[in-house]
Ligand binder design. Sequence first.
Ligand SMILES: NC(=O)c1ccc[n+]([C@@H]2O[C@H](COP(=O)([O-])OP(=O)(O)OC[C@H]3O[C@@H](n4cnc5c(N)ncnc54)[C@H](O)[C@@H]3O)[C@@H](O)[C@H]2O)c1
Ligand SMILES: O=C(O)[C@H](O)COP(=O)(O)O
Length: 396
Amino acid sequence: MYQIKTYNVISNVGLAVFEKDKYEINGVTEPDALLIRSQNLHRGVLPVSLLAIGRAGAGVNNIPLDKASENGVVVFNSPGANSNAVKELIVAVLIMAARPIIPAIGWVNTLNSGEDADVTLQAESGKNHFRGTELAGKTLGVIGLGAVGSKVADTAKQLGMKVIGYDPNISVEHAWKVSNDIPRAGSISEVLKDSDYVTIHIPYTEKNKDLISAKELLTMKKGAVLLNYSRDGIVEEAPVLSALESGQISQYWTDFASDELVTHENVMVTPHLGGTTEEAEDNCAEMVANTLCKYLETGEIEHSVNFPSVYMPFNSPYRLTLLHQNVPSMVSKIATVLAELNINIANMINSSKGDYAYTMIDVDEMDTKLYDEFEQKCLDIDAIIRVRGLKNPQID
Ligand SMILES: NC(=O)c1ccc[n+]([C@@H]2O[C@H](COP(=O)([O-])OP(=O)(O)OC[C@H]3O[C@@H](n4cnc5c(N)ncnc54)[C@H](O)[C@@H]3O)[C@@H](O)[C@H]2O)c1
Ligand SMILES: O=C(O)[C@H](O)COP(=O)(O)O
């Protein structure tokens, strides 16, 4: 039985992917895989037994990726699976930023509804205090045109907004999705200077830390509205609060609470709600549970953030998989071990991603003693991190 340990609230649709005769969820044995959402794994140690981590969601800054890679732990996320949920929340936020809906409802709730009070008349007479503006014709700057940003950009265009996007590393997949009549800026400042609203949809990385800080805020159009539904840490809080005080920006909407932000009248904080819809939770958990099962059972890798995607039909009775550093001569070193042990290769694939690589070899003959020898000889090679042997469940 494979052992899966979950953290956070994982949708039942995702958990149902794990067949009961093959998987135990949250048992007492050390886990083969973790299935998590925003659980901070930087704090603990990764169990020695761990083969994989599935992040039901997009952001992986809660996972120690370097440590995982060094230990041969493959990390998966669920790209795009919650992007529609975030897009819809951004549309709601843009409308709420333009129209004072929340304070207006709050005010109506305070109206006196005693016997002689005419609440209808009071409400009508006060509405002018809650005049808003329209989004149509205003400019939205979108920083990051990935799964979320590309959807936000297109929807804002449909709402009649002028949209300008910035993403120097946009993927081919998302470039196709962004309408041709959305201009692409050459720099962040180009987006900031003309936008009435700016929304950020990028991952938290060392490079993106404090991406929006005092200098960038000064570049923004006076009185603009800033949205951060990506991650805390991408927008530096203290300069945002100063920019709100000076009127340089008029509102800051974010999904990430902090002591400083929650008490400010022009900061609106939602409790990390971007991906919290029934549909998104189901989509994310189902996608990542499927990729975890595929990796554990067949060795194939899809949607990993630290190892390459590798697919090879599993037609032989046995499969050997090797996670290793992306350095020269690995394939020939592995082939030498196979030759020394007189193991014939039925099929083989090797692929790399950044500093790491993956080799899968299908073989027709294998037994426990031979596998143990193969594993030991391979682990004696410096750059090899992890070796697994899999039996094809379709072949007796
Ligand atoms: N609030 C939420 O609940 C919620 C939900 C989903 C995603 N997120 C956050 O939003 C981020 C984006 O999600 P996604 O699904 O669109 O991811 P994605 O990987 O599909 O897209 C991210 C895009 O950002 C671009 N990018 C990276 N750095 C950039 C920079 N400095 N300037 C401009 N573009 C840059 C990349 O090239 C990529 O195209 C996630 O990493 C996560 O942190 C938050
Ligand atoms: O990166 C993500 O997918 C979002 O921030 C959602 O995080 P959550 O799964 O903890 O809600």
